[in-house]
Every structure is written in structure tokens, then in C-alpha cells.
Write a protein that binds this ligand. Structure first.
Ligand code: NDP
Length: 314
């Protein structure tokens, strides 16, 4: 059984769950591929741009090895990496897989805080944003997979942290569950005023996940010499014409540095990140909220739900 994109368009995407002919549950003789059973798959904003008609949707996942032609893997190993939205996947490049080194955490964590999203937050905040103690940090989309971690890393660094989300329940969660200093609903009519209220002295670091109107309101609220780390622009991905950000002149006036990054270019060693993040989780310095649905038949709904805020947490 697998999930495929049937039609992709600006007016809406169509997906279908297909039941294929049964395949032998072993690796072809002489091949160095690995056959895995998919246990968890990750639902992400970027998937929309990767969906190809009539092909299995792919994303990060957590898998159990069923059969292996590769010396580094054997049956029953738990691994994570890129896989398909299907029950079983034949992985032809097993070098891309990571072993699960800390099975004491929920396996689903490897589709998030201990996987690509955690590493994006870690690299994007510590390496790109270069935080200093007590700085003022703003994180948009803070109830999502990456934002919730960035906010907590900023608290570990003793920064003053304010976050935004699109529903009051999420805003409440940001303040109570994660202990951020303040949070607001970005659907407020005057975003510039909301940021001014939360940051009377201005923002040192903006960790940008949304773009558009939020980014536009952030720019005049930045402090001199502030940094804007461009991680994502979820508000723009499905627009035919991206929203104009009119306040770019503040980059000059406020001597800002604005820099984008893509996690796949990062040279940070995965093991170093994984060990540090596992330590934060064990000590309770980072908590992680996940939103899980069960079964491939239920999978299209959360993928669409990402674009209207139905998910709470990863
Ligand atoms: P999530 O899937 O966790 O975020 C989904 C949330 O985004 C929704 O619940 C909703 O929250 C919010 N959202 C959806 N549409 C809009 C909109 N139009 N305006 C504002 N908010 C919206 O996201 P991730 O944490 O996985 O990703 C965060 C960002 O990081 C994304 O932009 C993503 O593309 C990017 N990214 C970048 C990487 C890199 O290497 N640079 C790697 C991976 C991701 P709410 O209810 O609050 O509106």
C-alpha cells in the first residue's frame, strides 16, 4: 500500500492510497539495497514541492530493516532517513540511512527533534544566528516541528524568547508548556504593534519560518546589528505570486544581516548534534510535542492540515 500524488495544482492537490501487487519481502540477490518496513513517516511543508504525479510520496521516516544486502545493516536494525509513504520500501542507497542510537526515546522523535528538524533548529540557531546570552529572540511558527525546538534552545542560551502561532490554544501552549517569555497570535490585525508590545527594546535575532506579513513587521522592530536567519517561508509556498516584503530598507538602516540556509549543506556532524540533543531531552531542557495519525489511509489529511494549522507540534 502506498500514497501517491494524483494531481498537483494551485487550486488543490489530490492524493490517493494505492494497493499494489504484493512484492517479495527480501532484497534481490546480489544487490546492496536494504528493504525496510516503515514505522513512522514525517509530514512536512516542503513535501508539496517534491510530490510527483503517480509516484510514491517520499520524506524522512523511521524504519525497521527486514532484509539487507549491505554489510552495515542487518534484519531488525532500527534506522531513520529518506523513505517512501508506503508500507515497505527498498532503499537503494543505504549509505544515506542513520542508525537509531538512542532507542529509549519514542521512535517518532527521529522524524523530528532527533532527526532533520532538530538538526535544522540546532544549526539554524547556534551556527547561523550566533546567539549571545540575554539577547531578544523572535521565532515565528513556534508550535511547529522546528520552531518549538529553536525557542527552547534560545531559552537554554538564556535569551528572552517570544513566539507566534495562528491559534490562541497554540499561543497558550507556547507560554505554558515551553515556558517562552511571551507569545502572540499572528492573526492580530497590527503585527508591527504586536512585536513592539512584546519587544519594547527591539529584536536581536529573528528566526524566520513564515515570511510575508510577519517578516515585513519584524524588519522595523529589529535592533541595530540584528540577525535574521531565513529558515523557511511557509506563507509563500503555495502563492502564485509571493507577497511583497516592503520594509527591506530597514536592512540598511539597522545594519542587519539576513542569511538563508538549507540544512542539507550543513557540515555539522550528525552524531555531535544527536548526542547533545539527547542530553537536552534526558535532562528535560527540551520537551517535544508531536501530532500523530495512524495508517496510510489517514495520511493525506495531516499533509493538507499543515497549511491551515491543524497540527499542534511536529
Ligand atoms: P510545520 O510543519 O511544523 O508547520 C506547520 C505550521 O505552519 C502550521 O501548523 C501553521 O501553524 C503554520 N502555517 C501554515 N501556513 C501558514 C501561513 N500561511 N502563515 C503562517 N503560518 C502558517 O513546519 P516545520 O517546523 O517543519 O518547518 C518550519 C519552516 O522551516 C517551514 O517554512 C519549512 O519550509 C522550513 N524548513 C527549512 C529547512 C531548511 O533547511 N532551511 C528544513 C526544514 C524545514 P499556525 O497554526 O501557527 O498557523
Amino acid at each position: 500500500k502506498y500514497l501517491t500524488a494524483w494531481e498537483i495544482g494551485l487550486l488543490g492537490d489530490e492524493m490517493e492510497v494505492v494497493t499494489a501487487e504484493a512484492v517479495p519481502l527480501s532484497v534481490p540477490a546480489g544487490s546492496s539495497a536494504v528493504l525496510v518496513k516503515n514505522l513512522y513517516i514525517s509530514c512536512d511543508p516542503y513535501l508539496r514541492n517534491r510530490m510527483i504525479r503517480h509516484e510514491v510520496v517520499t520524506s524522512h521516516g523511521v524504519m525497521k530493516v527486514i532484509s539487507s544486502g549491505h554489510l552495515d545493516f542487518k534484519a531488525d536494525d532500527l534506522v531513520w532517513g529518506m523513505t517512501g509513504w508506503e508500507e515497505y520500501t527498498l532503499i537503494n542507497n543505504p549509505e544515506s540511512l542513520f542508525k537509531i542510537n538512542y532507542p529509549e526515546f519514542p521512535l517518532s522523535n527521529y522524524t523530528g527533534v532527533l532527526g532533520m528538524h532538530g538538526r535544522t533548529a540546532y544549526v539554524g540557531f547556534f551556527e547561523m544566528s550566533k546567539p549571545k546570552k540575554s539577547e531578544y529572540v523572535f521565532v515565528s511558527l513556534a508550535c511547529g516541528a522546528i520552531g518549538q525546538i529553536v525557542g527552547q534552545l534560545a531559552k537554554i542560551k538564556n535569551c528572552y524568547v517570544v513566539d507566534s502561532a495562528g491559534f490562541d490554544e497554540k499561543v497558550n501552549l507556547l507560554k505554558t508548556k515551553f515556558g517562552f517569555d511571551d507569545a502572540f497570535n499572528y492573526k492580530e490585525p497590527d503585527l508591527e504593534a504586536a512585536l513592539k508590545r512584546c519587544f519594547p527594546e527591539g529584536i536581536d535575532i529573528d528566526f524566520e519560518n513564515v515570511g510575508g506579513a510577519i517578516l515585513n513587521a519584524v524588519l522595523p522592530n529589529m535592533r541595530l546589528g540584528g540577525r535574521i536567519t531565513m529558515c523557511g517561508m511557509i506563507s509563500q509556498y503555495h502563492l502564485e505570486r509571493p507577497d511583497g516584503v516592503r520594509n527591506l530598507m530597514y536592512i540598511i538602516m539597522k545594519r542587519l544581516r539576513m542569511e538563508g540556509f538549507v540544512i542539507f549543506d550543513s557540515i555539522t556532524v550528525y552524531r555531535q548534534f544527536e548526542e547533545e540533543m539527547a542530553g537536552y531531552l534526558r535532562e528535560g531542557k527540551v520537551t517535544y510535542v508531536e501530532d500523530i495519525v495512524q495508517g496510510l489511509d489517514a495520511a493525506p489529511a495531516p499533509l493538507i492540515g499543515i497549511y491551515n494549522g491543524r497540527n499542534v507540534g511536529k
